[in-house]
Design a protein around this ligand. Structure first.
Ligand code: PEP
Length: 251
C-alpha cells in the first residue's frame, strides 16, 4: 500500500550552517519517536551531502529541489541527477511551480529530468497544480491531467510506480491560502482516477499523492484525513522543527 509522506521544501532558504543545524535538530526530535509517515527534507544542492551526514537517513530522506535535464557535460552551473545521488540524497522535487514559472521548465524538459532521476535511483516528487485563473475558469482538472500526461505518461507502469506526486495549487503556495480539505480530496481523487485509467488500480492505489500549499500545523490533520491525501509537501512550515514536527505528527 502507498506510503504517507511529509516532505519539506526549504527552497532557497538557510545557509549551510543553518541548514545543517535544522536537519540536526529535526533528527534529534525524531530520534526516539515512531511516526506514521516517511519524512523527507528538500534542501539546496550545496547542503545535500552535509545534511545526509547529519541525519539518520533511515528516518529522514533527503531531497534535492531540482536536477539537470542532461546527464553530464558542458552545462555550466547545472547539477546532474547522478551527482545528487552521489551525495546520498534519495529524492528530487521536480516540476515545482516556481521552477515552471520562473525558469521556464516545460513538460518536455521535465520529462527528461524524470527519466534521469529514475535512471539514477532517485524518487521524483513530481509537482502539479493550477494557477488561480485556471481554477476560476474551472480548468483545474484539465490542467493537472495534462501536466501528468505530458511529463509522466510515457513511463512504464514499473517506472511510474516509483513516482510520488504532489498536488500544489499555485494559488495556495506561500500565500497562506490553503485549499479546503474538500478541494484537496476532490483533486486527489481525480488524479487517482486518471492513474487508474492509464496504469490500473494497483499502480494508482500505490501512488502517494501529497498536498502542498500553505499546509501547516493547524490544517495538516484535516487535510491528511482525506482518503486520497497521502501527506504534504511543505514550504514555509518546514523551516523550523517547531512548525514541521506537528505536521509530521498529524498522521
Ligand atoms: C511549496 O513550495 O512546495 C509549498 C507548498 O510552499 P508553502 O507550504 O510555503 O505554501
Amino acid at each position: 500500500m502507498r506510503k504517507n509522506i511529509v516532505a519539506g521544501n526549504w527552497k532557497m532558504n538557510l545557509n549551510l550552517q543553518e541548514g545543517v543545524a535544522l536537519a540536526t535538530a529535526l533528527n534529534e526530535a525524531l530520534k526516539d519517536k515512531t511516526v506514521n509517515c516517511d519524512v523527507v527534507i528538500g534542501t539546496p544542492f550545496i547542503h545535500l551531502a552535509s545534511v545526509v551526514n547529519a541525519v539518520d537517513t533511515t528516518k529522514i530522506g533527503v531531497a534535492a529541489q531540482n536536477c539537470a535535464d542532461k546527464a553530464s557535460g558542458a552545462y555550466t552551473g547545472e547539477i546532474a541527477a547522478s551527482m545528487i545521488a552521489s551525495t546520498g540524497a534519495t529524492y528530487v522535487i521536480l516540476g515545482h511551480s516556481e521552477r515552471r514559472a520562473y525558469y521556464h521548465e516545460t513538460a518536455e524538459i521535465l520529462k527528461e529530468k524524470v527519466l534521469l532521476a529514475l535512471a539514477n535511483g532517485l524518487t521524483p516528487i513530481f509537482c502539479i497544480g493550477e494557477v488561480l485563473e485556471e481554477r476560476e475558469a474551472e480548468k483545474h482538472f484539465e490542467v493537472v491531467k495534462s501536466q501528468i500526461e505530458s511529463s509522466l505518461f510515457d513511463l512504464s507502469a514499473e517506472d511510474f510506480g516509483k513516482i510520488v506526486l504532489a498536488y500544489e495549487p499555485v494559488w495556495a503556495i506561500g500565500t497562506g491560502k490553503t485549499a479546503t480539505a474538500a478541494q484537496a480530496q476532490e483533486m486527489h481523487a481525480f488524479i487517482r482516477e486518471t492513474l487508474v485509467a492509464k496504469y490500473g488500480k494497483d499502480v494508482a492505489d500505490n501512488t502517494s499523492i501529497l498536498y502542498g500549499g500553505s499546509c501547516n500545523a493547524s490544517n495538516a490533520k484535516e487535510l491528511f484525513s482525506n482518503p486520497d491525501v497521502d501527506g504534504g509537501l511543505i514550504g514555509g512550515a518546514s523551516l523550523g522543527v517547531d512548525k514541521f514536527m506537528p505536521i509530521i505528527e498529524a498522521f
